[in-house]
Write a protein that binds this ligand. Structure first.
Ligand code: ADP
Ligand code: MG
Length: 212
């Protein structure tokens, strides 16, 4: 199985609609430990992305993902916009010139995503951020491939690891971002960015492991 350009577009659309459906939920999570705008931010950004997709031509996956990243950077404020913008820009760099994704290309895209977010935000696993979902997802994808799993199976394991990573943020005390201002009081709440990052990996698994 490979993932053609059209299915990468399908993933972006699916992520946008999942974010729209969960706008209130993400905002509620952010109300508990932040400023209550994560759902609003992500929804505004992904709606802007959907608008951009309509005029997009060609079949370069890298170009598509870079456009997503640039649109998020320019349409979303706060920490989330630049972080997700960098995530997609680095995924785009990792997949430049590809019209379809092999498992190794997606592994490289996930490497780029994590490196980009860490370059910008300096968060490590355990800081209670989106990194807590992204790093396990990246690692689980590669180790599934190393175990001989199919692309579809590796995507599902990656999404499962992102979900566990998301849940692992609940007891943590935040050390990065707005939630860190709360200190110990940030414990007991799930991180909103880790939650949207889980949705990013879950929609990839759902969109791609069924069809191609
Ligand atoms: P803001 O915090 O500016 O209101 P959002 O609410 O959109 O922006 O996003 C908050 C999310 O951003 C957090 O839940 C966390 O996952 C993520 N985040 C914040 N700071 C960092 C960082 N330095 N590195 C990685 N992720 C971060
Ligand atoms: Mg916020």
């Amino acid at each position: 199985m490979t993932v053609p350009h059209a299915q990468v577009v399908g993933w972006i659309e699916e992520f946008a609609s999942t974010v729209a459906e969960n706008r209130e939920y993400l905002t509620q999570l952010d109300s508990a430990i932040g400023d209550g705008d994560h759902g609003i931010n992500m929804d505004r950004g992904m709606k802007a992305v959907l608008g951009k997709l309509e005029g997009l031509e060609g079949d370069d996956v890298g170009g598509l993902l870079k456009t997503v990243g640039m649109t998020l950077v320019s349409s979303v404020g706060g920490a989330g916009g630049p972080l997700y913008g960098t995530l997609f820009l680095q995924m785009g760099t990792a997949t430049a010139g590809k019209s379809e994704l092999e498992p190794e290309d997606w592994a490289a895209a996930l490497d780029g995503a994590v490196d980009g977010v860490q370059m910008r935000g300096k968060a490590e696993v355990g800081d209670k951020t989106m990194i807590d979902a992204l790093v396990p997802a990246r690692d689980a994808f590669r180790s599934a491939l190393a175990d001989g799993a199919s692309f579809a199976e590796a995507l599902n394991r990656s999404a499962g690891a992102a979900e566990e990573g998301m849940q692992s943020t609940i007891p943590l005390v935040a050390r990065k971002g707005r939630a860190s201002y709360l200190g110990e009081r940030s414990a007991g709440h799930q991180d909103p960015g880790a939650t949207s990052s889980y949705m990013l990996l879950k929609t990839a698994a759902e969109t791609w492991s069924g069809g191609a």
